[in-house]
Design a protein around this ligand. Structure first.
Ligand code: ACO
Length: 396
């Protein structure tokens, strides 16, 4: 365990911190706590090698996982560490299907929300109202499965409320992802769309200690419950620099309009210090392997014109970002072709961020169980840069 991390006690005390006044470049005296930013802690769920562009779930490379496993099996791999059929690992499909029905109290909460509530906000509210999912610490595996299983029907119901229609009931014959598409679209989804969305769910199922997963683990570290932790995670995921990026990608492509306008639009946006959504990542120094895979998967289902516009946008964006920071080039991230894929499978934009969150419920669940198995209060060290202690003088 990391030294700074292990210094933090259950009460969050940092009394061991060394205090050493020093002067900053601006001439302001700084008091350092003596604790430097450190690794979050140990995790054995997802391995990320940002320098080599490698991602593994429980040791299996993401390229193999997405080729061989659907979402339910991926969730089992993340949760139990083994592939279904391996050792005592079980197929989660039937279990998840049997947990889809929403309790009446939860239905009432959904009905009470204003129809204009964006689905991501309604989802966050619904999760915190999942009383029976978890109001006690520590969360159990069964509560985690309830969270994964109930979330897609919740999002589908919220979507139908927002467009003033009725969601069809869950179809027990359909798998987790196909049932979500069915409940949103009201028609039996074609296999190519189900396959594309299933791959998206697998690729987005976990990504280490991302901002939302950190939020979840921080809440659990205080011995709070799963419902509170998952709603905190949803709040973090909603932001445009995290799970809020996919709809922004399509807004960008719409604003550009045609291939001829790509260069002018990107140059103007960067000159105005705007961000190009779907590019850059705090961890990867080469292309995110999920972006590589999603480029291919999106091409299979996207309208050719849309895909061609996205490709041209990507080409110019990468060139301009590299020119601006040759020392730190940015690469395509998971959200760029992820957004193109979500559009191609017919999901409305307001469901892009909730869909990212639905995929991540498997990862959040695995992290919840890992956190409580080795729980320590998460209290990261800060660096105080305010004034040093000074005398209180009257009359000032
Ligand atoms: N477009 C334009 N400029 C960018 C981009 C981008 N996509 N990414 C980084 N930069 C620039 C910033 O403007 C900043 O410039 P400055 O130093 O002149 O102010 C510089 O690069 C450093 O920016 P940071 O945000 O500090 O860089 P970091 O690598 O930590 O950022 C991040 C990662 C937040 C994802 C960023 O690349 C970004 O905002 N991308 C667009 C949003 C996006 O796609 N988010 C989803 C990412 S995937 C996920 O869920 C985390």
């Amino acid at each position: 365990m990391d030294k700074a991390f292990s210094q933090l006690t259950e009460e969050g005390s940092i009394t061991e911190a060394r205090v050493s006044p020093r002067t900053s470049k601006q001439g302001v005296a700084e008091v350092s706590t003596g604790l430097e930013p450190s690794a979050f802690g140990d995790t054995s769920i997802t391995g990320i090698d940002g320098a080599r562009g490698m991602l593994t779930y429980r040791g299996y490379r993401i390229e193999d996982v997405v080729r061989h496993l659907g979402y339910e099996a991926t969730a089992a791999l993340l949760l139990w560490g083994t592939r279904p059929g391996e050792g005592s690992a079980r197929d989660l499909g039937p279990d998840l299907r049997s947990r889809r029905a929403l309790p009446t109290d939860l239905e009432r909460v959904l009905e009470a929300l204003p129809a204009v509530t964006p689905p991501i906000d309604g989802f966050r509210t619904a999760v915190s109202a999942m009383d029976d999912v978890a109001r006690v610490y520590p969360p159990t595996a069964s509560e985690c499965l309830d969270l994964i299983a109930r979330s897609p029907p919740v999002v589908a119901r919220l979507y139908h409320r927002s467009v003033r229609s009725n969601a069809p009931p869950p179809d027990p014959k359909l798998g987790h992802v196909a049932n979500f598409l069915w409940m949103v679209q009201g028609t039996v989804p074609p296999p190519d769309r189900v396959r594309a969305l299933e791959r998206y769910f697998v690729l987005l199922a976990d990504h280490g200690i991302s901002a939302s997963t950190l939020a979840l683990r921080i809440v659990l570290s205080t011995r709070s419950d799963l419902a509170s932790a998952a709603s905190a995670a949803l709040g973090a995921l909603k932001g445009p620099l995290h799970g809020g990026a996919p709809p922004e990608v399509l807004e960008m492509l719409d604003a550009v309009g045609s291939i001829d306008h790509v260069e002018t639009w990107i140059d103007r946006t960067l000159a105005d210090r705007g961000r190009l959504f779907g590019f850059g990542h705090p961890t990867y120094r080469v292309e995110d392997p999920r972006a590589t895979l999603l480029r291919g998967f999106a091409k299979e289902v996207a309208a050719p014109n849309r895909f061609a516009l996205a490709q041209r946008f990507e080409e110019v964006a990468l060139a301009r970002l590299a020119e601006r920071r040759p020392d730190q080039p940015r690469f395509t991230n998971v959200d760029f072709y992820g957004a193109v894929l979500l559009e191609a499978v017919g999901l409305p934009r307001e469901l892009f961020t909730p869909t990212f969150a639905l995929a991540r419920t498997a990862g959040w669940s695995a992290h919840a169980l890992e956190q409580v198995a080795q729980n320590r209060l998460v209290r990261p060290p800060e660096r105080y840069v305010g004034p040093p202690p000074k005398p209180w003088s009257d009359g000032v």
